[in-house]
Write a protein that binds this ligand. Structure first.
Ligand code: PMM
Length: 276
């Protein structure tokens, strides 16, 4: 197994579901990014707008104000991606040193082409505000794969030099949709395009862990397990994705991810899977 690259997350937002409010201060965000680099992050993804279900859009000028100083400080130490749906924010972040546009709207390929930087096309059904309102697919794996392949063709035609695809776990998807996409990551990998996947701390993991405890469906149950108690689920899905051949995983817990991937990597002499 080739170890996937690890993309560490820094959300410079007041309201992201897992780390909202912790890194709104630029110094705190830069310190967090540097800590992720020390933990082994290959890329640091800086975002200034929460895309959690139900989130309100942020003014692009405000979003740029949040991310630019953080990108500027971090790009001297690590490859930086900017997590944005806005062309103006992508441009400002690239001017500050970002070299990858992580685009959950899968629409900014013309900006990436113009700037000559990499681009991640992520699949999302609808908008963050409403995407979890009863999402439906006939065949989620085929529809997501088809959408991404079509976006990549457009990006290549526009001249984007580096293109990634991401199924967008949790973006307009039920638990079953997320599990189907994870079960068939090989379909995305077999396109020959580099695949990025992000499961870290997501709601479906909280629901699955609660379901395992018999809580889901119980009228008086406490609901999904809290964000901070989803590490095992995050690591299990990262290892699963790595075995399926993805090229990069997007995570909040970089040190634990690097350790987990090392344990199952047959090329790593510490691994129980190592030959001999
Ligand atoms: N998930 C979130 C935000 N950005 N980008 C990509 N490419 N893939 C993802 O799965 C993804 C993303 C939501 O997580 P966060 O609010 O903790 O950043």
């Amino acid at each position: 197994m080739t170890r996937p690259l690890v993309m560490g997350v820094v959300n410079v937002t007041p309201d992201s579901f897992s780390d909202g409010g912790r890194y709104l201060d630029p110094d705190a965000a830069v310190a967090r990014g540097l800590a992720l680099v020390a933990e082994g992050a290959d890329v640091v993804d800086v975002g200034g707008e929460s895309t959690r279900p139900g989130a309100e859009p942020v003014d692009p000028d405000e979003e740029a104000r949040r991310v630019v100083p953080v990108v500027d400080a971090l790009h001297r130490h690590v490859r930086v991606s900017v997590d944005t749906r806005r062309g103006s924010v992508a441009r400002a972040a690239v001017a500050a040193g970002a070299t990858l546009v992580n685009d959950v709207s899968a629409s900014l390929y013309d900006v990436a082409a113009d700037l000559g930087v990499g681009w991640v096309a992520m699949h999302m059904r609808g908008e963050p505000g409403t995407m979890q309102d009863d999402p439906r697919y006939d065949d989620v794996v085929a529809e997501v794969t088809g959408f991404l392949v079509e976006r990549v063709a457009a990006a290549r035609a526009a001249g984007v030099p580096e293109v990634w695809i991401d199924p967008g776990i949790g973006f307009g998807k039920t638990i079953d949709h997320n599990l189907a996409l994870l079960a068939h990551l090989d379909r995305l990998v077999s396109t020959g395009l580099p695949v990025l996947v992000g499961t870290s701390r997501k709601r479906f993991l909280g629901d699955l862990l609660a379901r395992a405890d018999g809580q889901i469906g119980a009228a008086d149950g406490p609901g999904p397990v809290p964000v901070d108690d989803r590490l095992e689920g995050s690591l299990a899905t990262v290892v699963w994705a790595a075995r399926a051949g993805v090229t990069m995983v997007r995570v909040h817990d970089v040190a634990a991810t690097v350790a987990a991937l090392g344990r199952v990597d047959a090329d790593d002499p510490r691994s129980p899977a190592a030959p001999g």
